[in-house]
Design a protein around this ligand. Structure first.
Ligand code: SF4
Length: 239
């Protein structure tokens, strides 16, 4: 990424911190394997359902070894609430099988000393684990300065012209080429919030967007002037 794009990430992060504050972090970092399975469960569902599915699974099988022994169908039963039960239970079994075969234990401890790129390669080698899931482990369980790219991050960083890519995986690669230090967690988390609440897929609320002045999206809603300007016009009307 060029210098001006890197500066834009820093500016976006600053404005999002002003708007949304510092995102909360877990007081206890989850283990990489817990995070990996939690992220599998979170695909295509909301936080509430994926958390419930994770809770169901851990209550029934407190150790991953027990879930592995119980098998795919039993796992699927516990995680139904998160949807895509077949695919998710298959991906979980692939991970547990792979770990058992490769390391003889149900843990990712043997890979956590590796560099980011190597960990991404090792995690995405499991069937059903994509770059987004693997990069969530890097950021949230290992505290690495890596910005995962989901649909919200992909949409917003492309609209902002920080990158110009047509798939989330390409966006991830470009964005993380030389990501500015120490801000991946706040940038990623606040950008998802922006994507959910303001920079929505079909009708972005550009009029209330804290990034309005930085944004070069060609379909930026130019008819909706910034909310502050709207408010001052309303105030003028009332005089
Ligand atoms: S100005 Fe509009 S398009 Fe640009 S980031 Fe904000 S909401 Fe999204």
């Amino acid at each position: 990424m060029e210098k001006k794009q890197i500066q834009k990430i820093i500016d976006v992060n600053r404005l999002l911190l002003q708007q949304f504050g510092i995102p909360k972090q877990n007081s206890v970092q989850p283990s990489p394997l817990d995070m990996l399975i939690g992220t599998i469960l979170s695909q295509n569902t909301n936080d509430k359902n994926s958390y419930q599915a994770y809770k169901n699974l851990k209550t029934k099988y407190p150790k991953w070894e027990e879930a592995h022994k119980a098998g795919r169908v039993s796992i699927e039963k516990e995680i139904r609430i998160a949807g895509l039960g077949y695919q998710k239970s298959k991906a979980i079994m692939e991970v547990l099988n792979g770990l058992n075969k490769r390391f003889g234990k149900y843990s990712l401890d043997d890979i956590i000393g590796n560099n980011d790129e190597m960990i991404l390669t090792q995690l995405t080698a499991f069937k059903g684990i994509g770059v987004k899931t693997a990069s969530c482990v890097l950021l949230f369980a290992l505290g690495r300065n890596v910005c995962p790219v989901d649909t919200h991050v992909h949409r917003t960083v492309n609209r902002l012209r920080i990158v110009n890519e047509n798939t989330p995986d390409k966006t991830f690669k470009k964005l993380n080429e030389n990501f500015p230090p120490k801000i991946a967690h706040s940038f990623h988390t606040n950008l998802i919030r922006l994507g959910r609440e303001i920079c929505k897929p079909k009708s972005p609320s550009c009029g209330i967007c804290p990034l309005f002045d930085l944004c070069h999206y060609e379909l930026k809603n130019s008819t909706s002037t910034k909310i502050t300007e709207q408010k001052s016009f309303m105030l003028l009307d009332n005089i």
